[in-house]
Design a protein around this ligand. Structure first.
Ligand SMILES: [Zn+2]
Length: 308
């Protein structure tokens, strides 16, 4: 199940760790509750305010910067030989998935703006732009890619303009119709900062899609069978339960009118074509939730918010 073993692996040392005691979402106190890595003294901790799960020690910014400078192999794992620089197999699936939930609520206007936040090359935003055009929802789209990754996806359509802006504070537009934040928020040491910026750049009626790990229950379950589930630490600093998605709104969008219109286990990252066994296991683990609606072993969660 390792995604990027060579990036998050054994070279993490005592000197690379810094203490982590306050929640980066609500500033609540992080309280330790279980062991993660006994050798390095790393424990899971839970925020007393918003309920986010994190660790008592996280990697220093220097270590993380160095790790992300070598992220190409992680991208290649998802879409081998595609040079798509995105941590999601077959990104058109994600575009179709998002559109399915927002299509009926989306106004038919000439021009749409999409922000692809932390989405590597921006291929996901581009695919969604293509679908908007194909479905006659608009006539032109601008996709703003906000990512340290410099190899921005090349537009093959004259009606889709792609720009790269980084970091998010460089984005002056405050009227995005759709913002995608897929598998990125868990990497941010202080997620509230970027989340506030994203919500603040949504147009009235605009949508924010986000997808994050909800992996601690799986880690705990597999530990009882002596299997170590990869939490993708230290890249992943946060793990969020389904309840968190509603609870965090007042902390990151205080003065805005935001409602959650979708909350469910996340769409699987891999496909049978890309990674057969992982794709199969992921779908088996998520399936019970769709029957019982109370099943924590789903690995990840997603939500869509709308500004009104
Ligand atoms: Zn918190």
């Amino acid at each position: 199940m390792r995604v990027n073993k060579q990036l998050v692996g054994d070279e993490l040392k005592e000197k690379d760790l810094v203490s982590h005691t306050l929640c980066g979402v609500c500033k609540g106190k992080l309280v330790e509750f279980a062991d993660y890595d006994e050798n390095l003294g790393i424990k899971f901790s839970r925020c007393q305010g918003c309920g986010a799960v994190s660790y008592n020690r996280i990697a220093s910014q220097e270590f993380l910067d160095n790790m992300y400078n070598n992220y190409d192999e992680a991208y290649d794992w998802y879409n081998p030989d595609q040079s798509e620089a995105v941590t999601f197999a077959e990104p058109l699936r994600m575009a179709k998935h998002i559109l399915r939930y927002i299509k009926d609520k989306s106004p038919r206007i000439d021009f749409y703006k999409i922000m692809d936040f932390g989405g590597g090359s921006g291929v996901m935003g581009y695919k969604l732009a293509e679908l908007l055009l194909q479905n006659d929802i608009c006539k032109k789209v601008k996709v703003s890619v906000v990512d340290y990754c410099e190899s921005t996806y090349h537009s093959k359509n004259d009606d889709i303009v792609i720009e790269r802006l980084f970091p998010i504070y460089e984005v002056s537009d405050r009227d995005y119709n759709i913002i995608i934040a897929s598998a990125i928020i868990e990497h941010l040491p202080e997620p509230a900062n970027e989340m506030r910026e994203m919500f603040g750049r949504l147009k009235s009626d605009g949508f924010l899609y986000c997808r994050m790990p909800y992996a601690y229950p799986l880690f705990k379950l597999l530990k009882t069978f002596n299997i170590r589930f990869d939490m993708l630490y230290p890249g992943h600093i946060w793990d969020f339960s389904p309840e968190w998605y509603e609870k965090m709104i007042p902390y990151v969008a205080q003065d805005l009118n935001i409602k959650m219109i979708l909350s469910r286990p996340s769409i699987p990252e891999t496909t049978f074509r890309s990674h057969f066994m992982r794709a199969l296991l992921t779908r088996i683990m998520k399936a019970p939730w769709f029957i019982f609606h109370c099943w924590p072993y789903v690995g990840g969660w997603e939500a869509i918010y709308q500004r009104y």
